[in-house]
Design a protein around this ligand. Structure first.
Ligand code: MEV
Length: 430
């Protein structure tokens, strides 16, 4: 057990961790070699979180020429998994000559709640609610005035009776417009101010000071009203040849079945949706947004009918193929890491300083592009041939192959099955 770890300097923390390794000198050196040479930048990275002892690198890749609503973007993607950038790039290329991707934001409203108990007559609370609401708005003014100047703020506050679920349980359900910011801090600060105001009202409405008890105040990461729809469409005959020896119609029919399977089978739906988040997360991370929040919301939305389902829909009627993804996406282009992390800033500049609405469209398109690429592979040649070719490079690096060996191995495995043993044997032979 280590006591007072958080009070140690970075070097002391590093030395403690390194001391757990057999060769502690090289463990410390390994941690140090990923530090940034610019000391002030390094300090900034360290201060994003606590107990930082090094940096963790991930690839920063580009998907070029993706057309969204007739505009061309070069997408920054941060992802460690091979094939994701390649799959999105292939889809981008395929759809660029078929009208590109289309995108529409369906809503920007975010939600938060004050969860509380009231153990007296509900009518007292509901009769006083107009006064309570006015005071909630008034007492949070110092927090909301800036956001209001930017065109956002608190949209509405509702009192929700939840006593059918838990005895005495009510909610303040609050909707927010946080403009171009993700808005977590703004929302949580407003909610905590509401909790104080509500607490004061509770004491005024009852002689018993314990009649009203605030349990917690927190934004909801489930954002079904902050949602974006993206789609691609073309004539079915334009899909001719997408699968070797397959007509456009054969491809479309098999594609439709694959999507339907994800609609009805949660096992397949989970993997289907994971492929969508391969694309979305990569953009979300590259732009300094919170991928855990985005994923949590998407998976909750995937279950909104009561059955966890794939997030995409396909329509192949009237000779057309139309493939749609609708997904909640609460992301920001100002505040948080978006301006502090130099590569997040770089990504936003590369994307032309998008508004939050535009970034929602871009991220969702990356999700659909990846998913289209995945389904295309799955219903034709399978994913392993492409995947293992990419993985070959990682294996060669892991086995310490030289550059010359890598070139020869990549040539050799062009038409062969890649496996760990096969690659090892081949290197040994070399
Ligand atoms: C792998 O990361 C993602 C896929 O499994 C997605 C899918 O199956 O649709 C290829």
């Amino acid at each position: 057990m280590v006591i007072g770890f958080s009070k140690l300097t970075r070097e002391q923390k590093r030395d403690f961790v390194a001391s757990l390794f057999e060769d502690h000198k090289s463990a410390a050196a390994q941690l140090d070699c990923f530090l940034h040479s610019d000391k002030s930048l390094q300090k900034r990275f360290e201060e994003f979180s606590e107990n930082t002892i090094s940096n963790y690198f991930l690839p920063y890749g580009i998907v070029p020429n993706i057309v969204i609503n007739d505009e061309i973007f070069h997408l920054p993607m941060v992802i460690e998994e091979s094939s994701v950038v390649a799959a999105a790039s292939n889809s981008a290329k395929f759809w660029a000559s078929r009208g590109g991707f289309h995108a529409q934001v369906l809503g920007m409203t975010k939600l938060g709640h004050v969860h509380f108990l009231w153990n007296e007559d509900p009518a007292i609370l509901f009769n006083a609610f107009d006064d309570i609401k006015n005071k909630l708005f008034f007492e949070a003014k110092y927090l909301t005035s800036n956001m209001e100047k930017r065109g956002g703020g608190i949209m509405d506050i509702e009192l929700v009776d939840m006593t059918h679920e838990i005895a005495d349980y009510y909610q303040l359900k609050v909707s927010f417009d946080t403009c171009d910011s993700m808005g977590a801090n703004f929302i949580n600060s407003c909610l905590e101010s509401f909790a104080n105001t509500l607490d004061g009202f509770g004491k005024a409405l009852s002689s018993d000071k314990n009649s009203l008890q605030v349990i917690m105040s927190i934004l909801s990461n489930y954002t079904p009203e902050c949602k974006v729809k993206v789609w691609v469409e073309c004539l079915i005959e334009e899909l001719d040849g997408l699968g070797e020896g397959m007509s456009g119609l054969e491809f479309a029919r098999k594609f439709e079945l694959a999507v339907k399977i994800a609609q009805i089978d949660p096992y397949r739906a989970t993997t289907h949706n994971k492929g969508i988040y391969n694309g979305i997360d990569a953009i979300v991370i590259a732009t300094g947004n919170d991928f855990r929040a985005i994923e949590a919301s998407g998976h909750a939305w995937a279950a909104h009918t009561g059955r966890y389902s794939g997030l995409t829909k396909v329509d192949i009627s009237n000779g057309r193929f139309c493939y749609t993804l609708e997904v909640p996406l609460s992301i920001g282009t100002v505040g948080g890491l978006t301006s502090l992390h130099p590569l997040a800033r770089f990504s936003l500049e590369l994307l032309g300083e998008p508004s939050a609405e535009k970034l929602m469209k871009i991220a969702a398109v990356a999700g659909l592009a990846n998913n289209f690429g995945a389904i295309r592979s799955l219903i034709t040649k399978g994913i392993q041939s492409g995947h293992m070719k990419m993985h070959l490079h990682n294996m060669l690096n892991f086995m310490g192959a030289t550059d010359a060996e890598k070139i020869r191995a990549e040539e050799w495995f062009k038409d062969k099955v890649v496996s760990y043993k096969a690659v090892k044997d081949y290197l040994q032979k070399l």
